[in-house]
Design a protein around this ligand. Structure first.
Ligand SMILES: [Zn+2]
Length: 265
């Protein structure tokens, strides 16, 4: 299986053995992708990488790739060299471990989206989507399950890439869908439909504050109840609903209401 080379990736590595680029290898390999935006409107891929290099010993914050409307620049090796760790998500947040089994800094490629009035949003977005699909291809990741937004991992501190994407008239949900479509287009394959094992009823436990919704398995449906973490919930069946962070499985409770499977164990 080959992957359509729509764009080129330019290596422009930071100096190794610095705060921003430790040179440490990603020990478990690449297991997922964190989508970011720069949080700095109108800053370009090249401008960000130059800033990183100039401040390479000031801060342990970095990402692998910066994408704007003209370039995809890799400043910490991931695609153009043996993958190294970058510092793009706080180690203390638990969600990366819960979802993927690893800290993002140890096992995820961090991709930064550049946006702003001087950046052609469509061109930048096309490159952003393509490079994430390519990462999935290169490291044999399922594009439906392997991309997560920084805000999703660190909701108290971060809103990226939702903020940057909004400036480009796109949503996070669209981004996740478009990465899957791009992967299918560039590999000329169609991913098999996600099928759920037929299982009738059971009990699960909420791991987060969980909304139970009426009518349909999606986040637009009205909330009928908000459940505390740790609460035990019965379900009658599992169904396919809105895909939240790549997971489309919801549970239908004995009253006919729905809750997302990602919030329970
Ligand atoms: Zn971020």
């Amino acid at each position: 299986m080959a992957f359509k080379e729509k764009y080129s990736i330019t290596p422009r590595y930071l100096t190794p053995n610095t705060k921003r680029r430790s040179g440490l290898k990603m020990s478990p390999g690449v297991k997922f992708i964190v989508a970011h935006d720069t949080g700095n409107p109108n800053s370009t891929a090249n401008g960000n990488v130059r800033y990183y290099e100039n401040s390479r010993n000031e801060m342990s914050a970095s990402a692998h790739l910066f994408v704007d409307d003209r370039e995809i620049i890799e400043c910490v090796p991931a695609l153009t060299g043996p993958p190294e760790k970058a510092w793009h998500v706080l180690y203390g947040v638990p969600t990366d471990n819960q979802l993927f089994g690893f800290n993002a800094n140890d096992a995820a490629v961090g991709v930064e989206y550049c946006y702003g009035t001087n950046i052609n949003a469509d061109e930048a977005y096309a490159r952003f989507v393509w490079v994430m699909a390519f990462i999935c291809y290169k490291f044999e990741l399922d594009p439906r399950k392997s991309v997560v937004g920084h805000f999703f991992l660190d909701p108290n501190r971060k809103t990226d890439p939702v903020t940057g994407l909004a400036r480009s008239r796109r949503t996070y949900e669209q981004l996740l869908e478009h990465v899957v479509k791009e992967y299918e287009e560039c590999t000329k394959t169609e991913l098999p439909a996600i099928s759920l094992p037929i299982k009738k009823g059971g009990t699960v436990k909420a791991t987060v504050r969980l909304n139970v919704r009426k009518g349909e398995p999606n986040t637009i449906a009205p909330v009928v109840q908000s459940i505390d973490p740790g609460t035990t919930l019965d379900y009658a069946s599992s169904v396919l609903g809105q895909s939240i962070n790549g997971n489309p499985k919801w549970y239908k409770d004995p009253n006919g209401n729905y809750f997302w499977s990602g919030g329970v164990v």
